[in-house]
Design a protein around this ligand. Structure first.
Ligand code: PLP
Length: 405
């Protein structure tokens, strides 16, 4: 253990609360993570002592708020190892980041009949955003199939490229099975065909180090709330050359240089894509969250969560009737399962009464559910503050529920 788990847990007040008179065991980290004091305190401090709209004011508070906001952008740049902070666009989250790329890329770089490659294990946000463009612009979706273990079929992926392929949009990590996709390989192959790649990093950034220059991805999206930061803020990284090419997403204040009824010119990057007042307090919270995980060490977090996941898999496979959905070789801290013919909703509801928070359902990945032949799963997902004792409580809880059926 490379960090003091008790000290870490003490940073998250919610972890010491009880539900149904039992200690909370929070295993729904893929949906959202809890927030450390450092994040909430920084946001409270800003609301109480700094608050003013950014970028527009000459007065002291506005300048201070702008400085904090732009420092946060620099913190994100460092976290992703982007070349320049003008490649960091603040959005409301992964969903908005993907929609921004889908909308602007389809408008600026695609014509009817052009194709985007996605995969069978995508979250709805990386399917529907493109389907909207399918309806509006006549573009087409091509889908990389997966194996029964829940891994990408790279052999089939290569076959999807043709003269109409314009972009690949792919999850870094599956939010259902934890599959860590070989995105380096996916990107390399796409680039051989002269095609850019958007990586959905919603489920990778909280768990291991991401270096966008090393990956060589063209776009990268993630959400603040999944990495111990506030809700309502996220990031789109884009290579400058691509962001320059794309038309703006929304119109409004901040994204313009000059406006007249005859001709409006747009602001430089990254502001061209940031219409309106940003959630500048949330960007401060996000920066403190990134500081938090960086101080603990992404490698330490990775080792800790991998140990938890390995232990959980070992213990869970001893349970009679246990069926894991997906069995990827490279798995992040996520386990989807079903036991016998117990409905996922029943399992989730009964675990909840034992104080254990897991997620049930299709996890915003209905095409993946169809592929795996299930209607839904129970999903346990780990975060940096979870413990082996909590895994034991989960395993005992599943056994207890199974005995009731
Ligand atoms: N992509 C993946 C893989 C996800 O797991 C999620 C959320 O669960 C999203 C995208 C959407 O993230 P958000 O709701 O924060 O925009």
């Amino acid at each position: 253990m490379s960090y003091d788990i008790s000290a870490v847990r003490a940073d998250f007040p919610i972890l010491s609360r009880e539900v149904y008179k039992r200690p909370l065991v929070y295993l729904d980290n893929s949906a959202t993570t809890q927030k450390p004091r450092q994040v909430v305190d920084a946001m409270t401090e800003e609301y109480y002592n700094v608050n003013a709209n950014v970028h527009r004011g000459v007065h002291f508070l506005s300048q201070q708020a702008t400085e904090l906001h732009e420092q946060s952008r620099e913190t994100v740049r460092r976290f992703l190892n982007a070349r320049s902070s003008s490649e960091i666009i603040f959005t409301r989250g992964t969903t908005e980041s993907i929609n921004l790329v889908a909308s602007c890329f389809a408008k600026g770089c695609m014509q009817a009949g052009d194709e985007v490659i996605v995969s069978e294990l995508e979250h709805h946000s990386n399917i529907v955003s493109w389907q909207l463009q399918e309806a509006r612009q006549g573009i087409k979706l091509r889908v990389i199939p997966i194996t029964d273990d829940g891994e990408l079929r790279l052999d089939e992926y290569e076959k999807l490229f043709n003269e109409h392929t314009r972009i690949v949009s792919i999850a870094h990590v599956s939010n259902v099975m934890g599959t860590v996709n070989p995105v380096e390989e996916v990107i390399r192959i796409a680039h051989e065909h002269g095609v850019p790649v958007l990586v959905d990093g919603a489920q990778s950034t909280p768990h291991f180090e991401v270096d966008v220059q090393r990956l060589d991805c063209d776009f990268f999206a993630f959400s603040g709330h999944k990495i111990y930061g506030p809700t309502g803020v996220g990031v789109l990284y884009g290579k400058e050359e691509w962001l320059e090419k794309l038309p703006p997403y929304m119109g409004g204040g901040e994204m313009i240089k000059n406006v007249s009824f005859e001709r409006t010119t747009f602001n430089e990057l990254p502001f061209k894509f940031e219409a309106g007042t940003p959630d500048y307090v949330a960007t401060t919270g996000l920066a403190r969250a990134l500081d938090y995980v960086t101080t603990l060490g992404m490698d330490n977090i990775f080792q800790h969560e991998q140990a938890l996941t390995r232990y959980a898999l070992e213990q869970m496979q001893e349970i009679e009737g246990m069926r894991f959905i997906g069995n990827p070789k490279h798995r992040d801290a996520v386990i989807s399962f079903l036991v016998g013919d117990i409905h996922h909703l029943d399992m989730g509801t009964l675990l909840d009464r034992l104080g254990i928070a897991v997620r049930t359902g299709h996890h915003c990945a209905e095409p993946l559910m169809h592929r795996m032949g299930v209607q839904g799963t129970v999903r346990a997902s780990f975060g940096l503050y979870n413990t082996m004792e909590e895994v034991d409580i989960l395993v005992a809880g599943i056994k207890r529920v199974a005995q009731m059926f």
